[in-house]
Each structure stands twice: as structure tokens, then as C-alpha cells.
Write a protein that binds this ligand. Structure first.
Ligand code: ZN
Length: 434
């Protein structure tokens, strides 16, 4: 078994292989690509008791202010030189070549008539942009600037073999891992899955979330964990519409977890929620960046909406729009490094450990410093400075007033949360905390 980050683990290999399999699929809001994606994720998810992972909701269903769109089927799509029949741009070469959700079209066009349907990036002449036309019925092709410059004058034969099925459905994946303490609450982890061949946005989120679910299955957890893999905006809104009685205590949106850069935690709309405090502690200790809430971004804007008022933070390391490869073919498998995936996974596990371990205690021996030594809690050899474990106990005894939480004391002590958690367990066992 390979050693990764100093421990036996093949999580990196699994996350990488999962991304490689997901990368070529032609995902969109609905359709075969989403189905295939969920099937691949399901292979590694701890599904149990035959609970259905894939949820379906019929096209045309009203979801708050939105309507579930028809299912999009995509077959072939290409531009050919009419004189020679040579295919110049072909969906079979790259899923980004077709504007996502393109309407069907078949015809012969002049260069002038084709032009409004072409999208390229003059500043990055070798990259294909990612474009969608979800809510306007149109068709289009995305291509590199070099391909565009070399198209010639035409005429061109264009085939967009797609159609929309009003009797179709939107699908999303949902996995619930119940916690051992029903009173402890629930964490919702949400990742969008509507992008085609883009690795960081959002295959990185999908593969890390899947790995997280597997790890949670292997160890006890007080909190419940619910994973939602859904198309952006309409997918999270659909989940919200179908679960009016589910009120997760913490929501974490995961996306863009590769692509270099430091971890970036985006606060909930209210701020200062438990998920904010946990994530700020972990991301801060990892030299990451904390940003305030903004009503733009990924699905955190749906969960945080006033009508739902859920505390949704977001973890990325490369926020949307802040890197040139964003929404282009340069966001490919090579753009996401293994080290970034595993570091993101570790950080999220640490955030969950804080949520799991956070508590508030009272010092039961508050009249001066209790004798730790006679309880076997103090190092036997005196004279050297106190180590972290002793400092953690002293901080806990100093500050556990029944109102100040473990995490608040951790921040004041400037020690890792895990050390405070262990110290609290020792003091609880010794009857000094309650
Ligand atoms: Zn995106």
C-alpha cells in the first residue's frame, strides 16, 4: 500500500481514478451524463439498506420560482467543411465543444451566419471556453481561437443532434449517514455535478466528497452527514423543495478543491455560525483565507437564502472567476494536483472533527489550580516548561465557565483543537470537568 502524507492510504489513487472516469462524460443540468456520473460515484459510496441514492423529479415540476427543465439528450454535434465533408469541430473530441443544453439544429451556413454561434478566447488561443444556454433555446460551439482562425470561409454543414424530453426528469444523488446521537444534528455536504469536462470545477468537489463519505462510514460519528450531488442552482433548489422538514445544522458546499492556491473558506450569510467557527479555525491554522458572504457563487446562495436560512459555508481553494483556467478546457485533469485533493480532504475532516468535538464544560474544581499530578495528569518530571497537553488542561480549567466553548478556549490557547479535545476527555475522566 502506498504511503501518502506519511500514512498508508490509497485515497489519492481512488480520487484520481474517479476524476479520470468522470472527466469525459457530457454532463449538463439533466440527461445521460448526470446519470452516468451518479452511477460512478455510487460505486464508492457507502450505500446501505438499498436506500435509493438517485432521486428523480419530473420535468415541468415547479420548484419555488423555477421549473424543472426538460431532459437534454445529446448525440452527435459537429461543424464540417461542406465542400470536403471534413469535420472541423466535433463534440466527440471534447465535451466543451458544444454549448451545453444546445437546441437541435441541422443546416448549411456561411461563415457569416455561423459566427454568432461560435465562442472562443482570443487571450488564450489554445483553450476552449465552457458556455451554457440553459434558459435560452439556442445552439453554439466553443472552440479554440486557433481553430476558429483556421475554419476558412465555408460554407459549413452543421449538425447539432440534441433534443429535449418534456416527459423527462432531473436527477440528483443523496446519501444519508445517520449519526450515533440523534440530538447532535446534521451536516449537509453539497457539490454540483452539472459541468462537463472540467476537473477542478467540479470533479474535485465530487471526488473529495465521495471519499469523505467513505471515511465517515469507517468510524463512529455523533453527527449525521448528508451528501447531495446535484446540478447547480436548480438541483439544490429541488433538494430544498423536496426536504422542507430537513434542517441541517451545518452546510458545507464543496467545489474547486484543486487548482493550486490556499484554502478559501466563504462564511455563511449570518456569519459566526458553528460551521464558520470550525472552518475558520481549521483554514486559519492551515494559512488559508477567510472571505465574507456574498450572494454570488455556488449553491451556498440557495441554502443561505432568507426563505431557507441555512448556515451554508463554502470551501474552495480556487474560487470561481479567480483563476484564468476557470470554465475553460485548461481546467483539465492536470490542473488538479493529488496533493491539493488530499490536503482539501484532510482539512474538511478536521472541520468535521471540530464540529463533532465542540462542547462547553464547567470546571468542577474552580478554587485554585487542582493538583493534576496526583491524578496522573501531570508529567512526572518537573522543571521543564509545560507541554501542549498540560497547557491545554490548564487553559480548560482556567476558562471552562459553563459558557465558553472548547473551540473558543482553543483559539485563546493557540493550540490545535485535537489537543484541547483530548485534554477535555482526560479532565472529564478525572472528574475535573463536567
Ligand atoms: Zn462552474
Amino acid at each position: 500500500m502506498a504511503l501518502v502524507g506519511g500514512r498508508p492510504d490509497n485515497a489519492v489513487g481512488r480520487m484520481r481514478r474517479r476524476m479520470e472516469r468522470l472527466y469525459p462524460l457530457c454532463r449538463s443540468l439533466t440527461g445521460e451524463g448526470v446519470q452516468q456520473t451518479l452511477a460512478i460515484l455510487a460505486e464508492d459510496l457507502p450505500l446501505h439498506d438499498g436506500a435509493p441514492f438517485i432521486k428523480r423529479i419530473a420535468s415541468g415540476t415547479q420548484v419555488f420560482d423555477w421549473t424543472i427543465p426538460p431532459r437534454w439528450r445529446v448525440g452527435a454535434a459537429w461543424i464540417a467543411d461542406a465542400a470536403t465533408g471534413r469535420r472541423l469541430i466535433d463534440l466527440a473530441d471534447h465535451t466543451l465543444h458544444l454549448v451545453s443544453y444546445s437546441a437541435p439544429f441541422r443546416g448549411r451556413l456561411s461563415r457569416e451566419d455561423l459566427e454568432p454561434h461560435l465562442h472562443s478566447l482570443p487571450d488564450h488561443p489554445d483553450w476552449i471556453p465552457y458556455r451554457t444556454s440553459y434558459y435560452v433555446r439556442d445552439w453554439g460551439f466553443c472552440l479554440t481561437q486557433r481553430q476558429r482562425d483556421a475554419l476558412g470561409e465555408g460554407p459549413f454543414d452543421v449538425v447539432v443532434d440534441t433534443d429535449f424530453d418534456d416527459a423527462g426528469e432531473l436527477i440528483y444523488g443523496e446519501l444519508v449517514l445517520p449519526g450515533s446521537d440523534p440530538e447532535a444534528g446534521e451536516v449537509l455536504i453539497s457539490s454540483h455535478l452539472c459541468h462537463p469536462s472540467l476537473a477542478n470545477d467540479n470533479l474535485s468537489g465530487l471526488t473529495v466528497a465521495t471519499e469523505l463519505a467513505g471515511r465517515l462510514r469507517q468510524r463512529p460519528h455523533r453527527l449525521g452527514y448528508r451528501f447531495v450531488f446535484a446540478p447547480g442552482t436548480i438541483g439544490s433548489l429541488t433538494w430544498l423543495a423536496q426536504h422542507p422538514d430537513v434542517r441541517p445544522d451545518h452546510v458545507l458546499v464543496l467545489t474547486g478543491l484543486g487548482g493550486g492556491g490556499e484554502l478559501v473558506y466563504k462564511r455563511t450569510r449570518r456569519g459566526a455560525q458553528p460551521i464558520d467557527r470550525a472552518a475558520e479555525h481549521v483554514v486559519g491554522h492551515r494559512q488559508g483565507r477567510i472571505v465574507g458572504y456574498s450572494p454570488y457563487g455556488y449553491d451556498e446562495r440557495q441554502y443561505n437564502a432568507l426563505g431557507f436560512d441555512l448556515p451554508a459555508g463554502r470551501l474552495t481553494r480556487t474560487p470561481h472567476g479567480e483563476y484564468p483556467e476557470y470554465h475553460t478546457s485548461a481546467d483539465d485533469l492536470a490542473f488538479v494536483a493529488d496533493a491539493e485533493l488530499i490536503d482539501s480532504l484532510d482539512a474538511i475532516e478536521e472541520i468535521f472533527a471540530v464540529l463533532e468535538g465542540e462542547a462547553t464544560y464547567r470546571n468542577l474544581s474552580p478554587y485554585g489550580e487542582p493538583q493534576l499530578g496526583k491524578r496522573g495528569l501531570y508529567p512526572k518530571v518537573g522543571g521543564r516548561s509545560a507541554d501542549d497537553a498540560v497547557m491545554a488542561m490548564l487553559w480548560l480549567m482556567a476558562c471552562s465557565d459553563g459558557e465558553t466553548s472548547l473551540l473558543a478556549i482553543t483559539e485563546r490557547a493557540r493550540l490545535p483543537f485535537a489537543i484541547l479535545r483530548q485534554a477535555a476527555d482526560d479532565l472529564l475522566a478525572a472528574g475535573l470537568l463536567g
